[in-house]
Design a binder for this molecule. Sequence first.
Ligand code: KG4
Ligand code: ZN
Length: 353
Amino acid sequence: MASQNIKILGIDTSCDDTAIALLEVKNSNFKIISNTVSSQVKIHAKYGGVYPFLAKREHQKNLPVVFEKVLRILGGPTSRKILREVGPLKIDFVTVTVGPGLEPCLWQGINFAKEIAKKYKKSLISVNHIEAHILANFISEHYGGPASIVFPAVALVVSGGHTQLVLMKAIGKYKLIGETRDDAAGECLDKVARILGLGYPGGPAIAATAAKMVGRRVSDQLPRPMIRQKNYDFSFSGLKTAVLYKVKKGNYDKIEMCYEVQQAIIDVLMHKTIKAARDFGVKSIILGGGVAANEELRKQFDYKLKTLNYKLNFLVPPKNLCTDNAAMVAATAYFHRKDVRKNIKAEANLRIS
Ligand code: KG4
Ligand code: ZN
């Protein structure tokens, strides 16, 4: 395999997005040729969360459609019957997320990836979704040149399913140093949005409502769970309960509540991440995952890190690479391209270390 110009087909169906991407790696530059995501938001919105078996059915329906879109970009055949027509596929290998995620959803992507790899005689690389959220930071077009992470680093992966702090010595050398003991930060935002009748996904809805707070007095009425504890763990279910309690009592302001919950989450995430960075003496802080698309979180992290008395590199992917996508999966597979395995299977509870 030539190491100078590699094309990778990535697939992710770990939750409610059907994502297929085509990534080109040329002289350490990661260039996205296609990053296609078919969202199921409208389907799950009425339930206020993701229903795994509904998501599985949608993935099954969407995968061939999304694949066809990507093939068109590649200049390949465009028929819906594409999987039955073995034509040349101008890629070097196929990669798929195997976990963590919703098992029935993961299997849809894995079986589809296996089928493509077999039909087109390409090797198949498995990817950890959490690592992919971190390595999304390598997709360099955002930086206008080859992106690099200065190690050691602390990565905060903050999404609908996970809130984890990962110590990175190098690519592939990870230690999970902290995680949520109950709800993930995104899950908390989704649940609070549901309580406040703001729809799904909750993160963007809460952020938009919180933005209307400009110029108003802030009361800091919600707790900052575990912020004073000496570990790197999180807990967000109490925050949701605190909101529920205030809503049940009545006499609350929706804009203020959104602002408060978002700020409480930001305070805890920043405090614990910076504490970990100091304690382990790292050189970089890296963000990833859907909640890292939050404008306030990005702004406040950037500002805070500039005011510290020691320098830390700060990396966060562009917003479309924070939420679930397959370009990040392809980028991750590039680093593991020698690790070709047989019998790839869904690993719903896959850990990073
Ligand atoms: O990474 P992701 O797309 O899927 C998982 O792996 O879970 O993250 C989805 C989560 C949801 O909880 C959603 O509410 C949250 O990310 N999210 C945001 C924003 N965009 C998505 N939270 C805060 N602000 C946003 N702009
Ligand atoms: Zn994710």
